[in-house]
Write a protein of this length. Structure first.
Lengths: 514, 312
């Protein structure tokens, strides 16, 4: 088709103009907040920063649930006046089992277990084996719990990171049980790692009647203040979820650092009840299965606030207060991958990337002019438009540009002229066959189009696969090339063709410069 | 100067008899690929951090790096690195540690990286950490699996696409050629000792994409000529098609090569390996488009291809 309607002309010009406009915000250091500017984000490898991949501890989630299920089961049996023997919790198989007091009570016990409320649908199965009743947690249901837990954890992780003053962090889920944290500008993530590695589950529990031996219903825990082991009851009297506020203060009496906390009304009531009933006994403050301190209850505490003194310094007291305010993680998180790029390396990478990009672009431009003359120049203009559109679309998506992404851009530019080469070679062949300029142009464009689409489609498919299965930098590379293939089709099939057609309409040459 | 192209790779009327050398081409390619497969097993690829797991810390000391002092400081901290080496300038130090063994190796890996950083900053105050990466063993094996999946699926997609758009012979020849290309690239990786990591997988896939692109253009011409010259023997027809597309094949390879060249020269440590492998892949892909893809087609279906197009 050798005629471009006015509408089509405006369309092509309009798209290029939009591309330019979308690129512009990237040149402003801080765009006006009132305008809907969208910029490309620089990846951590270019601006420096830390990348952390956190893994949720599924085993611990299972363990906690087994424990609470055991409590519920015991309570239900008690409520139904059903007896049981030999109640076993097995973390390896994620199951609980017990023997009913007598065969006569077996069915009733089984029924009572089936009536236990699941937290997620089909959470556990109830069965009977060798005269014992067995409750088994289902893996699928635990994965569903993990996804929930990850969603909650993301919120808590965000609050904890925000409290450290890190700028512009990005926190996102990955897969079922992982969280990706990106911290631009943080070149030493040690403190954040330790903050995120703490579950911060605070519980208040009574010590066992005999604190030096573990008895049923209690567990030996490490006492950090005394450096000994003490037996603490498994039953949790007050939980950190009832905390409304926490802060680091200097203790008036000792002069050391302490953490104060404030409970909500439910927590305050529970706290008051326990302390009233147990005056004179020791009450353990347990953080992540370690006893911070276990003071004697001197008098009932009814106001719902208190103070933890456990040999803190200024840093550890304020970190603990921060963790308590942000809330406890539903399960421990551990760092399984960490990548840190220092700021100087990032700056060097940007420089190297830009130098390579410009040099590569220049080489391709010169080659095209030498190889195809005027039509090569048009291909170069299309190439430039291609670069602008690519940057424009990446800005529109607010995509992240990484070093591999820059490489992807450069390779796209190298590939983009392929379509022009195909067209020019085709036109040249048609001229050699003795066609006139107009027919040769027409046939050249039409015949090359099919080839161009076929060859780009295969590259497109390969890179979509790369995007789907890739992670991190590879994904970024694939995204850039995938976008590049789309812009390439536009700039070659529409823009460079338009340029050639306009030139032909104006110059009416007797011979084509091919 | 814009009125005429200033140079061409080959004259338009040049007809090179590529098919005459087809056996030679296939044998050379097969031998190189077999050698590459052997290299893949012995000495094997140098796995990068992504796939091997472990720790790399790169740091820049304020003065020329004192390796003895750094080693002693690490030793003192109970850290036994697998390598403490120079890279780039004399102030740049790279410390690498393989993934620790044992039950809590994930936690150990993460602890080690902080230990290394603290030990070297204490030994050489003012040291700047350029990069500190720690990849746990579980993550690295997953990354490896995903990388291989991406490669496998890409090949499968290409096979299906060419099968649908062309014919079976084309699809199979293309995929066999691509596998020959890929094995050679892997052999190149084994010889050059570039680290095989995620970015390298991206390089392999890009080579795959471009090489396919090259073959598709030649095949497209073959398909067209099959319809146009119904009586021409397949051998001559393949030669004609390769010759007709030769300037395009060389021209495109040249532009991609030129684009990747600056990356290989000044792309910085991350991209140099990637771009060098790309350059190698472009050369291999271009030559296989000419010497392998079409001869394979001749080998596979002289009778069938002719008959099909005659009927259609």
């Amino acid at each position: 088709m050798m005629y471009y309607s006015r509408l089509r002309l405006l369309g092509v010009a309009g798209i290029c103009l939009i591309g330019v406009l979308l690129c512009l915000p990237n040149f402003l250091r801080s765009p006006a907040p009132s305008l809907p500017w969208r910029q490309i984000h620089l990846g951590l490898d270019l601006r420096g920063g830390s990348y952390l991949l956190l893994q949720l501890d599924l085993k611990s989630l299972e363990h906690d649930r087994l424990q609470s299920l055991q409590d519920q089961a015991r309570q239900t049996l008690l409520d139904h006046s059903l007896g049981y023997r030999d109640f076993v919790r097995d973390d390896a198989t994620a199951s609980l089992s017990f023997a009913p007091r007598s065969v006569a009570e077996r069915d009733a016990a089984l029924k009572a277990m089936q009536s236990l409320p699941p937290v997620v649908p089909n959470e556990f199965t109830t069965s009977e084996k060798d005269g014992r009743i067995v409750l088994t947690l289902q893996h699928e249901a635990m994965l569903a719990r993990a996804r929930e837990a990850v969603a909650q954890s993301i919120e808590i992780v965000r609050r904890r990171i925000d409290a450290t003053g890190a700028i512009d962090p990005s926190i996102a889920r990955e897969g079922d049980d992982r969280i990706v944290v990106e911290l631009p500008g943080v070149s030493d993530p040690e403190r954040i790692k330790s903050l995120l590695g703490t579950t911060a589950r605070l519980t208040f529990r009574l010590l066992a009647p005999n604190p030096s031996v573990a008895s049923p219903g209690s567990t030996m825990l490490e006492d950090e203040s005394m450096h000994t082991q003490v037996a603490v009851q498994d039953h949790v009297d007050v939980d950190g979820t009832d905390l409304t506020n926490a802060g680091a203060v200097i203790d008036q009496q000792s002069g050391g650092w302490a953490v104060t906390f404030q409970l909500n009304s439910a927590g305050a009531t529970a706290f008051a009840n326990v302390t009233r009933a147990n005056v004179g006994k020791r009450f353990a403050i347990v953080l992540d299965n370690k006893v911070i301190e276990a003071p004697n209850i001197i008098s009932p505490i009814t106001a719902g606030n208190g103070q933890i003194t456990g040999g803190f310094d200024a840093r550890s007291a304020s970190d603990l207060a921060l963790l308590l305010r942000a809330g406890a993680l539903p399960a421990p998180l551990s760092v399984v991958e960490q990548r840190t790029i220092g700021p100087s390396l990032g700056a060097a990478s940007i420089r190297a990337g830009i130098i390579s990009l410009l040099t590569g672009l220049l080489l391709v431009i010169v080659f095209m002019v030498l190889f195809y003359g005027r039509f090569g120049l048009y291909a170069d203009i299309a190439l430039f438009a291609n670069l602008i559109l690519m940057v424009g679309i990446l800005s529109l998506f607010q995509a992240t540009l990484t070093l591999p992404g820059m490489a992807g851009m450069l390779l796209t530019l190298g590939m983009a002229v392929d379509a022009n080469i195909l067209i020019n070679e085709r036109i040249r062949e048609e001229v050699k066959r003795g066609r006139g300029p107009l027919q040769a142009l027409q046939a050249g464009f039409d015949r090359a189009t099919g080839t161009i689409i076929d060859s780009n489609a295969t590259a497109f498919l390969a890179h979509v696969m790369l995007f789907v299965f890739g992670t991190g930098p590879v994904r970024n590379f694939a995204l850039t090339i995938t976008i590049g293939i789309v812009t390439t089709l536009f700039t070659t099939l529409l823009l460079s063709r338009l340029l050639v057609v306009r030139w032909y309409a104006l110059a009416r040459p007797k011979e084509l410069p091919v | 100067m814009l009125s005429r192209p200033l140079f061409r790779f080959v004259r338009d009327d040049r007809r090179i008899n590529f098919m005459r050398g087809r056996h030679m081409g296939l044998i050379v390619s097969a031998v190189l690929s077999i050698a590459s497969v052997i290299l893949f097993f012995q000495p094997g690829l140098k796995l990068g951090l992504d796939f091997r797991g472990g720790i790399i810390v790169e740091a820049q000391t304020p003065g020329p790096a004192d390796f003895g002092k750094l080693r002693a400081a690490l030793d003192h901290a109970g850290i036994h690195p697998d390598a403490v080496q120079a890279f780039g300038s004399p102030r740049d130090v790279r410390i690498s540690i393989n993934a620790p063994e044992g039950a809590d190796r994930e936690a150990q890996t993460q602890k080690l990286v902080d230990g290394v950083k603290n030990a070297i900053s204490a030994a050489e105050p003012g040291t700047q950490v350029l990069r500190a990466d720690a990849v746990g063993a579980s993550v690295s094996s997953e990354l490896f699996r995903d990388g291989l999946l991406a490669l496998g699926f890409s090949l499968a997609m290409i096979l299906v696409y060419i099968w649908v758009r062309f014919e079976r012979e084309f699809a199979i020849s293309a995929v066999v050629t691509l596998i020959l290309d890929l094995t050679k690239t892997i052999g190149f990786l084994a010889i050059t000792r570039f680290e095989f990591d995620l970015v390298m997988v991206a390089a392999l896939l890009t080579i795959l994409g471009y090489s396919t692109n090259d073959k598709v253009v030649v095949y497209d011409r073959i398909r067209e000529n099959l319809r146009k010259y119904r009586t021409m023997p397949l051998r001559d027809l393949l030669d004609l098609s390769i010759n007709e597309t030769l300037n395009r094949t060389l021209g495109t390879s040249m532009t991609v090569f030129l684009a990747a060249l600056p990356l290989a020269l000044f792309g910085g440590s991350t991209l140099t390996g990637f771009a060098t492998v790309m350059l190698f892949g472009i050369v291999v892909g271009t030559s296989s488009s000419i010497f392998i893809a079409a001869p394979l087609l001749l080998l596979m279906g002289e009778k069938r291809l002719r008959k099909e197009t005659d009927a259609g």
